[in-house]
Design a protein around this ligand. Sequence first.
Ligand code: FAD
Length: 295
Amino acid sequence: MKIIDILSKKNMSLSFEVFPPKKESSFDNVVKVTEEIAACKPAFMSVTYGAGGGTSRYTLDIAKNIEEKYDVPTLAHLTCVSSSHAMVEEKIDKMKEMGIENVMALRGDLTPELEKTDPNTWDYKHAVELVRELKEAGDFCIGAACYPEVHPDSPNQKEDLIHIKEKVDAGADFLTTQMVFDNNLFFNFLYKIRELGVTVPIIPGIMPITNANQVERAIKLSGSFMPQRFKSIVDYFGDDPDAMKQAGIAYATDQIIDLYANGITNVHVYSMNKPDVAKTILSNVSDILGKDFNR
Ligand code: FAD
């Protein structure tokens, strides 16, 4: 099933993100946790892609397994900046062969090694090139990333918004945001991107922070703003793992409910291979979503 068809429906939905293993020995364990999340029947599940290639070969296997065993649509991520045209073509052929319909087209982060080389020698500089290639290659439903707090490489929001629009004009069917901890930043972004004429669905990404160590990593990775209300939770409960987990899930739930209450129908949760977190969040909003919440 194409994700754009799920997003076009009027009912509220929740989707989850999982990531593939870094090494083969963890593969079975990752399959197990992704299956536990799939058993909750979210609207769809996204499976990330290791930009350096390390975990990339498992993305498609995990996505396909979820679809086949649980009938949950999946979104396979694909990055391009560290790849050659031949590598990307091979991946696209593999996706077609496996019947993968939904692809998240990403640039990937620039590694320190890559940054030392001349960009003119790279086959891909930006995600928009991958969006174009996917659009030409087949009948894929294509997602792309967007940044309510501006991508760190961008000189300003105006330029960032222009490049997000380029991805939509090139064929991206929907956008998913970087994690936000303050919904107002998402609503401000939504207003600005709609003003530019971008009409595709935009899914806010919510990251439940369930332990204090995650905070630093999440900020480093995303550059996202942490509201004082959230910092107080970490300060007060950070040393008590159970309390921190409960408070982090409650905070994420509160954000999700606020998004639904303001007319946002689809929310993506960075559930990070944690079935207990996914299940608790789903249970927290079960009456809000209703029985027929997923598809
Ligand atoms: P782009 O759209 O290429 O944007 C990158 C920067 O270049 C931005 O500053 C943009 O404004 C600028 N830019 C874009 N086009 C142009 C242009 N034509 N000219 C000049 N400047 C331009 N990373 C992974 O490795 N694996 C994953 O699975 C993964 N999943 C993600 C999912 C989501 C929802 C998000 C938000 C991010 C994800 N990332 C993932 C991280 C992502 O790869 C990085 O944030 C990366 O730095 C940018 O990727 P992008 O696709 O947004 O790039």
